[in-house]
Design a protein around this ligand. Structure first.
Ligand code: FAD
Length: 404
């Protein structure tokens, strides 16, 4: 098969990337391993999606369907139940229901989403008992298959998936005995802490972790303890709580194993403002690039990657001098890390803070000059921040900081 652009992953980012690449005039093939488009949104039956992108509050499947309808109304080729197992420059291999397919293309957009961190990856102590799940797995069990994980649950980690699942379990009649969070704050959205935990009076213990999961064949309870400033459990504070299932909400890991090694030499996959990686013609967007709290942002990022992948495939992309984006120790992550020095228009820098801040500015500097400033009443580690910058103000490398 031959095409202009191959998009891998049919979640919100992949669908919007496909639509935008097609809009530029490129021929597009969209591939997903699942039997329907939508990605993780299909299992997120709660509302809270779409406020930014569609200006209305939708459930995950409603959000996904809006994009999927547009995909099916276009002449984008959709390959479902098809797993991409290799990508290289201008080449994609997929295992499809009809066998191995080799697709020659001029640009690739990787939109494979993220996977959940597992018990092994956080060295959770205890035997390998039945009843330890990742939170997203339980979400799928309940929402797709109508199965409950147990009767009395504890949750480790207060990321968004854990918070949402605390509410979901409670509504289904499962007693959520406690949520333990090793940090002094949640990494989830404030609205989720309020609507999913506080409204249901579920105990959320900060600076606490599970020290051991115990039971014979199935979980019978967990020991938990307060942690010190180095996040080590204080043995004298250890207590026991009875439960028959443990849900882990301890982070998502971008599913970027398909990317060529040379794109992964840094801690993060480096991209420019067009979402192109260091390998020309390979673009990336959505949770596979960095973890988005909002599907709306993953969708908008897909539009950027899809647009420039389309232009690249049609030989319509322009080359610019690039500048680098550096950031202060108050920031854990900034994206994009390279900016094309274009003459006009705007781009957005996304960032996550290392700590929580009140009444501060996000500042983008070029030399000694502030080229963008944004006042924020509250900045939390859980919420991705964004700041717009005008291309014409860029004279050299950029520095992003949080200050007064
Ligand atoms: C539990 C949970 C609750 C959330 N709640 C909200 C909310 O209330 N509001 C909100 O705005 N956002 C929410 N989000 C965030 C939002 O859903 C994500 O940011 C968004 O779905 C990410 O989109 P994506 O396209 O990058 O990835 P995904 O939606 O994960 O899609 C990735 C797709 O790639 C496919 N794929 C992966 N590898 C391959 C391969 N090798 N070959 C073929 N296909 C492949 C997968 O099958 C999948 O369909 C939530 C997320 C989760 C997990």
């Amino acid at each position: 098969m031959k095409t202009d652009v191959v998009v891998i992953g049919g979640g919100p980012s992949g669908m919007s990337a496909s639509l935008e690449a097609r809009k530029q005039g490129a021929k597009v093939v969209l591939i997903d391993v699942e039997s329907r488009l939508g990605g993780i949104l299909n299992q997120c039956i709660h509302n809270g999606f779409g406020l930014k992108h569609f200006k209305e509050e939708l459930t995950g499947p409603e959000f996904a369907n809006k994009l999927a309808e547009k995909v099916y109304q276009s002449d984008i080729t959709v390959l479902l139940k098809s797993y991409v197992n290799f990508i290289g420059k201008n080449i994609v291999y997929a295992i499809t229901p009809n066998g191995q397919e080799k697709i020659e293309c001029k640009a690739i957009v990787l939109c494979c989403g993220a996977r959940e961190r597992t018990a092994g990856e956080i060295y959770l102590k205890g035997k390998r008992l039945a009843g330890v799940y990742t939170a997203g797995t339980v979400q799928k069990m309940i929402n797709f298959y109508g199965k409950l994980p147990g009767k009395n649950a504890v949750i480790l980690g207060s990321g968004d998936i854990g918070l949402i699942m605390a509410r979901r379990l409670t509504l289904e009649g499962v007693k959520v005995k406690s949520i333990f969070e090793i940090m002094g704050h949640s990494s989830g959205l404030r609205r989720n802490i309020r609507q999913c935990v506080e409204d249901f009076e579920i105990p959320l213990l900060y600076n606490h972790t599970i020290t051991r999961v115990v039971g014979k064949e199935r979980v019978e309870g967990v020991y938990y303890a307060e942690v010190d400033e180095n996040r080590n459990p204080k043995p004298e504070t250890e207590k026991f709580i009875e439960c028959d299932c443990v849900l882990l909400s301890v982070g998502l890991i971008p599913e970027n194993s398909l990317l060529p090694e040379e794109t992964k030499r840094e801690k993060f996959v480096l991209v420019d403002d067009e979402r192109q990686t260091s390998v020309e013609g390979i673009f990336i967007s959505g949770n596979v690039l960095h973890i988005h709290d909002l599907a709306d942002n993953a969708t908008e990022e897909g539009e950027i990657a899809g647009k420039f992948a389309g232009l690249k495939a049609l030989n319509m992309s322009k080359r610019y001098e690039k500048v680098k984006v550096y950031f202060s120790a108050k920031i854990s992550y900034c994206m994009p890390q390279l900016i094309n020095k274009k003459e006009d228009g705007k781009f957005t820098i996304y960032l996550r803070a290392n700590d929580n801040f009140l009444k501060k500015y996000i500042v983008v500097k070029c030399g000694d000059v502030d080229i963008a400033r944004k006042f924020c009443i509250g900045i939390t580690t859980g919420e991705m921040q964004e700041i717009e910058v005008e291309y014409e103000k860029i004279k050299g490398d950029l520095f992003v900081d949080i200050g007064d």
